[in-house]
Design a protein around this ligand. Structure first.
Ligand SMILES: Nc1nc2c(ncn2[C@@H]2O[C@H](COP(=O)(O)OP(=O)(O)OP(=O)(O)O)[C@@H](O)[C@H]2O)c(=O)[nH]1
Length: 320
């Protein structure tokens, strides 16, 4: 696989393959199977599966540890036609991530024709001249071998049309576990030589705080998505075990702020006499408890961060 240049010194005994480590990201249109594939590669569920943009704004999704390599899977938000500063910022994040990873896996479902959404992403990928691109044809369990063969040919053609060649084209089924190991075997040689980047056993470095914030945001958006599509950001200000609890009965204190853009949105989030906010608290607390496996005391505050989507300083403060 690898095209290492010949060693200048005589090799007297078989040297072990060098350890490799590096970053990969999976891209593709919504529902292409990126999260499921990440989970299958990492072997444990680490990603919160959801279509909402904020859930995919954060970086490390999972780490594949092998004796010969460490593959760090990072995440990017989807590419969108930008309408706000936040949208532009997200697209910049995508391009920067693509430029920084060692290999990009482009996921295309086997059961769907290549469409304009795929072409849009592929065109952007074509501009990343130096990064190797692996086409991953996902969900192969949904099609017969003839349809799969046709899809592989179309994917190959797509690359040629855009003036590049895929480093590999790999069919996989993440749910059936088909060829997932092979995909890892093909990605590893595309990584640079180097020691592990993360300690053994780390599955994700996505801070628990970020996951907690995401759960709260999901709950806060429920039912009011149309009124507040992208206007909510959640920041966990403090999180830690309550002191002085009796042995065996821990309690985790979490203080979080729900940021909205305009004072008029406050009522929507809080609800009559605080009823909605209370529901949001109860609902997300249950999910956080399930995620972290410990009882939680959740303290939520709603704050206005005026026009945070358009203000670079606020965006930075809110973690974008
Ligand atoms: N049959 C089958 N279904 C799959 C496979 N991989 C993913 N799916 C399903 O396809 C749907 C989308 O999968 P995700 O992994 O959430 O896709 P995604 O690309 O991360 O989606 P976004 O988060 O919207 O970008 C889910 O219902 C999965 O269960 C597969 O190998 N076979």
């Amino acid at each position: 696989m690898s095209d290492r240049s010949p060693s200048p010194r005589p090799v007297t005994q078989a040297e072990p393959a060098p350890h490799r480590s590096g970053f990969a990201c999976f891209v593709g249109r919504p529902n292409a199977g990126k999260s499921t594939l990440t989970n299958a590669l990492v072997g444990t569920k680490v990603a919160i599966t959801s279509n909402r943009p904020q859930t995919t704004r954060h970086t490390v999704r999972g780490i594949v540890h092998r004796p010969d390599a460490q593959l760090v899977l990072v995440d990017t938000p989807g590419l969108h036609k930008p309408r706000t500063l936040l949208g532009e910022r997200l697209n910049d994040v995508v391009r920067t991530t693509w430029a920084e990873v060692d290999v990009i896996g482009f996921c295309l479902p086997a059961d769907q024709r290549i469409g304009p959404g795929d072409r849009y992403i592929a065109k952007e990928l074509a501009a990343m001249k130096r990064t190797p691109k692996v086409a991953v044809v996902t969900k192969t369990d949904l099609v017969d071998s003839r349809a799969l063969a046709e899809q592989l040919v179309s994917v190959d053609r797509l690359g040629r049309e855009l003036g590049f060649e895929w480093a590999e084209i790999v069919p996989v089924s993440a749910t059936a576990g088909d060829q997932v190991g092979l995909l890892a075997d093909l990605l590893v040689p595309l990584l640079p030589e180097g020691p592990p980047l993360y300690p053994d056993g780390d599955l994700t470095d996505e801070p628990e705080q970020v996951m907690v914030a995401e759960l709260i945001r999901e709950a806060a958006l429920e039912g009011v998505r149309d009124e507040l599509p992208h206007s909510i950001a959640v920041v966990v200000e403090e999180m830690g075990p309550r002191e002085g609890r009796p042995e065996g009965r821990p309690l985790l204190d979490i203080h979080a702020n729900v940021f909205i853009e305009r004072p008029s949105q406050k009522g929507i989030v809080i609800g009559p006499k605080g009823s909605r906010l209370k529901e949001v608290g109860t609902k997300s607390r249950k999910q956080i408890e399930a995620l972290l496996g410990t009882p939680v005391y959740l303290d939520l505050h709603v704050k206005v961060a005026k026009d945070w989507q358009r203000d670079p300083k606020q965006l930075r403060r809110l973690g974008f």
